[in-house]
Design a protein around this ligand. Sequence first.
Ligand SMILES: Nc1ncnc2c1ncn2[C@@H]1O[C@H](COP(=O)(O)OP(=O)(O)OP(=O)(O)O)[C@@H](O)[C@H]1O
Length: 369
Amino acid sequence: MIEFRTVRKQYDDGAVAVQELSLTVRAGTVTALVGPSGCGKTTLLRMVNRMIEPSSGTVLLDGHDVRDSDPAVLRRGIGYVIQQAGLFPHRTVRDNVATVPMLFGRSRRRARRDAEELIERVGLSREMGGRYPSQLSGGQQQRVGVARALAADPPVLLMDEPFSAVDPVVRAGLQDELMRLQEELGKTVLFVTHDIDEAIKLGDRVAVLRQGGHLAQYAPPEELLARPADDFVTSFVGRDRGYRRLSFVDSAGLDPAPVDTVHIGDTSADVPSRAEWVLALDAHERPRGWLHPNATVRGQLTEDQLIAGGSLHTLGSPLRGALDAALSAPSGLGVVVDGDGGFVGVVTARHVLDLIEARQHPALTEGAA
Ligand SMILES: Nc1ncnc2c1ncn2[C@@H]1O[C@H](COP(=O)(O)OP(=O)(O)OP(=O)(O)O)[C@@H](O)[C@H]1O
């Protein structure tokens, strides 16, 4: 557990970066620190490993004042990942990851073997261990940065905008990878970002900071979206927070309806012309696309005769996916699949909206029924 108790930081030039701030990061959870540039996020993060000392107040790690620990010893239990990975350019990937364990006395051979395992764990191939950082893409370098921070198996990870230098697609992949790793490893993570979407995706709790190092709100992401504490947080979380909140509403009670289906490879005799949209499935019952109403199939049904479908909603995942599936489908019918991708049924946007309404105002809906 990391605890900030009324910490304040004033730099020598008089600038106050953090203003009497109290915050607790529970063990085994991810807390995202988010806010505009210069609001004190990095300052706060670096107080944990004593790269920066507070002007007043206390930072506790598992109940112990960090000031009572020698910084070098303290940092052994704290992984640190920064933007653009900060790798040693003249060491191979494997040696970058093995450096810290070797400093702690692990044999070179053992440290390298562990490094190779970690390299795979963060989603890179073992062969990449022999390359130099400049021979990797930005996203791959970030993965190495994460592997290096994990190498000493620290219970705490500090991550300072670790993914902000890569493009959005790679970034999303790195975020997913971190979530997967975190499920496995259960570290106590403090994650700095200026991107509210990243904070909401990764944080079990999100701390929104505003200029001058004030804590504007500290809450789980769904609460932040549902009940922003003030105008600053409201504008910071953005306009479509109502829609984004659906990411945290489960889809229990969603009742997919049947729809006419055909299979790829069916002949025109099997596929009579219909006035309704027809969903085409493959041999594994997975949706492949839609057949337009009244479309005539010539010969066998092939994929190029289909209109590409919208997004798919997996049964049991949050309601946002169900609404998106309905809104993005050419037929207006959101396709619902099971965990294996097999077709289950369809939902309309109206159906999803009714469910949302019932969740938000249960009494009202019951009264109307
Ligand atoms: N060494 C320093 N000396 C003086 N002022 C500093 C120092 N480091 C940071 N500051 C100031 O403290 C404030 C907070 O800086 P900090 O780097 O913690 O913000 P941040 O929220 O991480 O910003 P960014 O998102 O831009 O990285 C800023 O106004 C900054 O200019």
